[in-house]
Design a binder for this molecule. Structure first.
Ligand SMILES: [Mn+2]
Length: 334
């Protein structure tokens, strides 16, 4: 098995300063941290005169286009990746599976991972800082280092906005437990530099598409409680997804429905994206339970308080049953 190197921050920055045509890749079902980190890193490299493009197996979601230069400088998997890159850097992507088909397209040839997930499968030399709330926190440290080294003059305010969006998104608007004093200090610096935090947070959290509202409505019709109502599971079967015309993007906030219920310690959202018996599971912990361990049983992972997995089962009720069993197991071991 190949041994991958854990880079120090200085080694990472040394490498980023090398003039190599770079492809920056990020995970499918992209969130604001993935998109914001990828496009801010791209901007930093191009400011140093290094050609760089972003690529993902999924298109930049409509609601995140504001942190992607309107997806300029971005290529899709099915377009030719003709940048003829000399280096591939992944951001915010803990395992090859998260890169989707792109990982195979690139012939697994990723050179550097920059990430903040504690659990995952390392697939390249890496810089992983698991006490960072978001990959964007790491990108901010890189940006400041590049200024310090005189490689760039200053960090453009739109780049700072992308970074802010990544951090705010991964911390749920500075509400989740991964929010550290440093996270707030960085946010303060970004606001001082002219980032419009209120506008970004509105776009990230307060504006939802009509389809998202429909999806949340559907999820709240199908909630089951377990373990003295400390566990709430919302599920959306394919029949509902199909009849309401819901897409992946519209399902993203469904987990907030069970998560926001009083007294719930573990929130779960199960959705069936296709007619196949494969179920996507999102899990959130409001207390001390490490839900990444529960998801790991099904081959998934994530963070202590936010994780996910895919479960194969004979129908959505069976999937729920399997998940409840694992949750009960892990509660019994606390
Ligand atoms: Mn992230």
């Amino acid at each position: 098995m190949t041994e991958f190197k854990h880079l120090t921050f200085d080694e990472l920055c040394d490498k980023l300063c090398e003039n190599k045509r770079t492809l920056i890749i990020y995970h499918v079902r992209s969130d604001a941290d993935a998109v914001g980190s990828a496009f801010s890193l791209r901007k930093l490299l191009t400011l140093m005169g290094i050609p760089a493009l972003c690529a993902c197996a999924d298109e930049v979601p409509e609601r995140l286009r504001f942190i992607s230069d309107d997806a300029q400088g971005s290529v899709l998997l099915d377009e030719d990746i003709d940048i003829d890159h000399e280096r591939v850097i992944s951001v915010d992507s803990a395992s090859p599976a998260q890169l989707g088909k792109l990982f195979d397209t690139l012939k697994k040839d990723v050179d550097i991972m920059i990430d903040h997930h504690a659990m995952g499968t390392v697939y390249a030399d890496c810089y992983i800082e698991s006490d960072s709330s978001a990959t964007a926190e790491i990108i901010y440290a890189i940006a400041k280092e590049l200024v310090k080294r005189g490689k760039i003059e200053y960090i453009p305010v739109n780049v700072l906005g992308y970074i802010y969006a990544g951090i705010s998104s991964d911390t749920g608007g500075f509400r989740f437990s991964n929010t550290t004093p440093r996270t707030h200090r960085i946010a303060a610096e970004l606001l001082e530099a002219g980032v419009d935090g209120a506008a970004i947070n509105h776009l990230l959290f307060s504006s939802k598409s009509a389809k998202q509202i429909k999806a949340e409505g559907e999820a709240s019709r199908r909630i089951n409680y377990y373990c003295q109502k400390t566990v709430a599971i919302a599920s959306v079967p394919y029949s509902a997804i199909y009849s309401l015309g819901l897409d992946e993007e519209s399902m993203e906030t469904v987990i907030e429905v069970p998560r926001s219920i009083n007294g719930v310690k573990i929130a779960v959202a199960i959705r069936q994206p296709t007619s196949e018996n494969k179920f996507r599971v999102s899990m959130r912990s409001v207390g001390e339970i490490d839900v990444s361990l529960i998801c790991a049983v099904f081959g998934g992972g994530g963070h202590k308080r936010a994780a996910g997995c895919t479960v194969e089962a004979n129908g959505i009720d069976d999937a729920e049953h399997l998940i409840v069993r694992e949750i009960k197991n892990s509660l019994a071991n606390v």
